[in-house]
Write a new protein. Sequence first.
Length: 318
Amino acid sequence: MAQLVSVVVPAYQAVDSLPELMESIWGQTVVPQEIIVVDDHSSDNTEELARELGATVVRLSKNGGPGPARNAGVETASGEILMFTDSDCVVPRDWIEVALAFMKKYDVEATTSGYIGPVDNNLTSWFQHWEKRSREPVEPRPIGATNGHSLAIDKKLYQRVGGMPNIRTSEDYLFGIRLSFISTVTFDPNNGVYHKFRSGVIGYFRQKYLFAKNSTLCIRENNSSSRARATFSSYRVLWEMLLTLLAIGVVFFSIWITLVLLAIRVAPFWVYLSKQQREKVPFALFLYSIPMLIVRDVASLVGMFSALILFCAGNRIQ
C-alpha cells in the first residue's frame, strides 16, 4: 500500500513565488495527499492565493519563523510521510517519488537533500548554488543535520523529536542534531529543489552570518559537535576562514602574500567548478567567486565570534 504524503510549506509574503511552487508540487509523478501552506502572518495575499491554488491553509496569529510554521502544518497533516520545502523553492517533477524510493532503499525514516539549481539565472545565484553544492557529499551518507527546504520524514518520528525549535534561523540544523540522537537521517545528493537565492551581497552576508552564529550555538548548547555532522566539513570551513583572515591581515604588509593566500583559498572551489558542465559555469563566475568567497568567510567569522560572545554571556539561540 502506498504511503500517504503531506507536503508542508511555511510561507511569508509569498505571493510572487507560491504559484510556481504549487504547480510543481501538484504536478508530481507521485501526487501528495495534501499540500499544507502555513501563512506565517503575512501582510499580503499569501493566504488567499494558497487557497486558490488548492492548498490547505493554516494562518498563524503572529510571525514566528519557519520552525513554528512547519510545526503548525504538521498538526494539520494527515499523511504518514511529511515532506517539507520552502515557498521560495520549485521542486522537480519526481521529487516525492525519489524521496520515497530512497527511504525504502536505505531503510530510513528520514532523508534530506540540497539544491539542484537556482530559480534565477544570474551570477550571484549560481555562485551560491555551486558554493553550497561543493560542500555536500557526492554519495548518500548519514548526517546529523536536515535541510528544511527538502526534507522527507515519517510523521511519528518528527513528533518524537518534538518538532522544529522555536528559532528564526538554523531551526532545521538544530532539528537535525536532535534527530541524529534517536534515528538516522541520510543525505541524498541526487534529489533536491530549485531555490531562489539571496539577490544581493548584503543579503548573502546576513544569511551566512546568521547561519554561522546559530549553528555554533546549536553545537555548543547540545554538546554534540562529534554527532552534528552537517553536509560540510567543519575543519574545511575553519581552514578557509583562517586563510581569508590571514590574507586580510597581511594586505598592508605584502600584497603578493595576500594574493598567494587568496589563490590557495580559492583554488579548491575553482577546481570544483572546472569539473561541472561548462554551460552552467561561465568564466565570469570564476572571477566573481573571489570577492564572494571573501564575503562568505568574513560573514562566517563574524557569526562565529558573535555566537561565542553570546554563549559566554549566557544567551541562547536568537
